[in-house]
Structures are given as structure tokens and as C-alpha cells.
Design a protein around this ligand. Structure first.
Ligand SMILES: C[S@@+](CC[C@H](N)C(=O)[O-])C[C@H]1O[C@@H](n2cnc3c(N)ncnc32)[C@H](O)[C@@H]1O
Ligand SMILES: [Zn+2]
Length: 371
């Protein structure tokens, strides 16, 4: 295999040479590697340096980069798995070159996870993680991490695929990144709670072409019931920009208070928090001592996530300004005005024009138009 050496964080490793002319899909070499996912990996290495689980499974390892970095930079026992023989050879070569004691296994991730437990399980598949979440829920001790790159089905742009994979009815709204992240989270929660286990989000975010969940799992039906209580819907008005949040397994019919149209349920999805503030604070503290090529970006992401409100939708204040035919101004000014009026308001981590607030839409419209 034609390989090239790459460095991420403090780890040097070999990857299969990728075709530089092929921008999409990424991973054109014999074994998958996508340099654009470095930030995703950096953030997980940072989080693991805080959590320090007893063992970590990189269930879909490819070159092994994720597991290699965790073993080398965090120093915890790691298992790297893939069902592709070439990937397993490359991962073994990388483990040896780094002088690590990491285990490399060759097989179907679902079979491995059905037979063994690991304190932390990480799913990083091509596209959807849906076929792997059930076995991961049985394999993971305290932590479950999930990447999804099938953003179009998750956000409602490919509706039927999203419904099949996640048994949810997403809609392609202006807050589609939020809907995608919460649809994925809602699905994972439903897969975990059936085993009388609870789920608590530690650090979950949407970024460019992927969604990433870092979750803590708890044992017991009471913990599972707490997670179940956060399943619900965004209720979107089909006529105007109004939307609200409902919790519950089934959506209750609701009228738009502004234009009386029947609100349309988006979900089921996860409502409530997507981050644990103490975990984010610990990550911020650890960041300077971790070597991360994307450290500055992660620092900005953590800061934005820490100030972000828990609401499961946002308003795009440019969309509001356009409808009102006014100039949108700066988002900081809009937030300051809302806070001065006694409302809560924040930015959202995945878009520069996303504004989260508990202010009613007419108040937000007044503030955006400078009133
Ligand atoms: C997106 S790549 C993983 C990328 C890698 N984690 C990284 O950070 O570069 C997905 C990998 O999953 C492997 N794979 C797909 N289905 C699998 C399965 N059912 N069991 C084990 N490996 C699988 C593929 O061979 C591929 O190497
Ligand atoms: Zn309405």
C-alpha cells in the first residue's frame, strides 16, 4: 500500500495516500483518512484527557488514527477495530511504529460490541451510525461517543432516509443543524434507555459536515426515565417564524399564538441541554496542556457552547431582518438589547446568525428592527 506519514496532535502515523484531485467523497485511498476530521479527533482527545476512562474502543478505526492518538496522547488502554483487512494491517503497523501496546482487532464492529464491554465506545462510521448504536449501547460502560456525517437525512433534506434511519420526522428549517444534532441524540437516547440506562450529554456539537455526540451513560431505570423525559418536539408554525418546544413521546396539537395555524411537530428529538458545563470548563482548563492543531478553533467552540442557551431551536436574525426589510446589524447588539429587556439570549455554536432566546417572537422582531 502507498502510504504517507502524517502528524496530528503529538502522534505521527501512516495513512494510505489519498487522491489529491478528489475533494469529495473524502477518503479516496485504500484505507480511509480524512484530514478535515482533525478537529473532531482533537476535541475527543482533549475530552478523554479529562475523563480518563478505563478502556476505549475505536470501533471503526481505518488507519487507527483515533485510537492511536488516544493511546499515545491520553495513555489509556485502547482497542482499534476494523473489518477491512488492509485497515487492520495499517493500524497494526502504526501501533508498532509508535511502540504502543494497543490491541488491534479484525471484525464486524457489531459482533465485537455484542461480545465485549469497553468503558468508552467510539463510533465513527461512513455516514450513519444508526446500525451500530444498539450494540454500542450494550458494550459501553460509562461513555458513548458518536459521529454522524449523514447530515442531509438528519436535517430533513433527505426526508425518507432520515425517517428510516432515525424513526423521526426532521424538517428542513433554518435551524436544521440543531434539528440534526437533536434528532441523532434523540435516536441514541431511545436505543440506550430500552436497556434501563440513562444518557447525559457531555459535549455535543454540529460542525460543517458532521454531528458529534459525547455522552455519559448511567445505570438504572430512574436514570433512563430522566432521559426519556427530555424526548420531545419542536413545534413549528408553517406560516410564520413562530416555534415552541414540547416534551413527551407524542406531540400534542397546538395552535400558533401569532397566526392560529396548526403547529407542525418536528421530531421526536432531544430537548434540553446538549452539554455539561463542568465538563466544558475542565476541557477549557486542559486545552493549553494538550497539543492540538485545531486548538484555537476548539477553544472558540467551547466558549460559544458554554454561553449557549438550551433551547432546541433558534431564530436566524438575518431571516427576521429580511422579512422586516431592515438591516440586521450586529448579533451582539441584538443580544444586549434582549438582555437589557430582561430576556435570556445567546449565540449558537454552529452559525454566526443563529440567535437563541426566551423572548417572544414579536419582542425579538421589535429588537431586530431597532425598536
Ligand atoms: C469513516 S472510516 C473511520 C475513520 C477513522 N475513525 C478516522 O478517524 O480516520 C469508517 C471505517 O469503518 C469501517 N467499517 C465499516 N463498517 C464496519 C463494520 N460493520 N465493522 C467494522 N468496521 C467497519 C470501514 O472499513 C472504515 O475503515
Ligand atoms: Zn404562525
Amino acid at each position: 500500500m502507498d502510504v504517507v506519514e502524517v502528524t496530528e496532535g503529538r502522534t505521527r502515523f501512516f495513512v494510505s495516500r489519498q487522491d489529491p484531485h478528489l475533494q469529495f467523497p473524502p477518503g479516496s485511498g485504500q484505507v480511509f483518512y480524512n484530514s478535515r476530521m482533525e478537529m473532531n479527533r482533537d476535541a475527543t482527545v482533549l475530552l478523554l484527557s479529562v475523563l480518563r476512562p478505563e478502556s476505549y474502543l475505536d470501533a471503526m478505526g481505518a488507519s487507527g488514527v483515533r485510537g492511536l492518538r488516544v493511546a499515545h496522547e491520553v495513555g489509556i488502554p485502547v482497542t482499534i477495530n476494523d473489518w477491512n483487512a488492509k485497515a487492520v494491517d495499517l493500524a497494526r503497523q502504526n501501533v508498532e511504529a509508535l511502540g504502543l501496546v494497543a490491541e488491534v482487532t479484525h471484525g464486524d464492529a457489531n459482533v465485537l460490541m455484542s461480545g465485549r464491554t469497553f468503558d468508552a465506545v467510539d463510533l465513527d462510521p461512513f455516514g450513519t451510525p444508526a446500525p451500530f448504536v444498539d450494540s454500542a449501547a450494550r458494550s459501553a460502560g460509562n461513555y458513548l461517543f458518536v459521529t454522524a456525517t449523514d447530515t442531509a437525512p438528519l436535517c430533513g433534506a433527505h426526508l425518507k432516509a432520515g425517517m428510516r434511519r432515525y424513526f423521526s420526522r426532521p424538517r428542513n428549517t433554518e435551524y436544521h443543524a440543531e434539528v440534526g444534532l437533536r434528532t441523532l441524540m434523540g435516536f441514541v437516547v431511545r436505543e440506550v434507555i430500552k436497556y434501563d440506562r440513562g444518557v447525559e450529554p457531555l459535549f455535543c456539537y454540529a460542525h460543517e459536515h458532521f454531528h458529534r455526540l459525547h455522552l455519559r451513560l448511567r445505570y438504572g431505570a430512574a436514570a433512563a426515565d430522566r432521559a426519556l423525559a427530555r424526548i420531545g418536539y419542536v413545534m413549528q408554525c408553517p406560516n410564520c417564524l413562530y416555534r415552541s418546544e414540547q416534551t413527551g413521546m407524542l406531540p400534542e396539537p397546538e395552535e400558533c399564538p401569532l397566526c392560529s395555524a396548526a403547529l407542525v411537530p418536528v421530531g421526536p428529538l432531544w430537548t434540553g441541554g446538549i452539554n455539561d458545563d463542568a465538563t466544558l470548563a475542565a476541557m477549557q482548563e486542559a486545552l493549553p496542556s494538550v497539543t492540538a492543531g485545531t486548538g484555537a478553533r476548539i477553544g472558540r467552540l467551547l466558549a460559544t457552547c458554554r454561553q449557549e442557551l438550551d433551547t432546541s431551536s433558534h431564530y436566524d436574525y438575518h431571516v427576521i431582518a429580511k422579512r422586516l426589510r431592515v438591516s440586521p446589524g450586529r448579533i451582539e447588539t441584538v443580544i444586549e438589547r434582549l438582555v437589557a429587556l430582561g430576556y435570556r439570549a445567546s449565540r449558537a455554536h454552529y452559525s454566526g446568525t443563529a440567535l437563541k432566546t426566551d423572548a417572544p417572537l414579536p419582542v425579538l422582531e421589535k429588537v431586530v428592527s431597532g425598536g
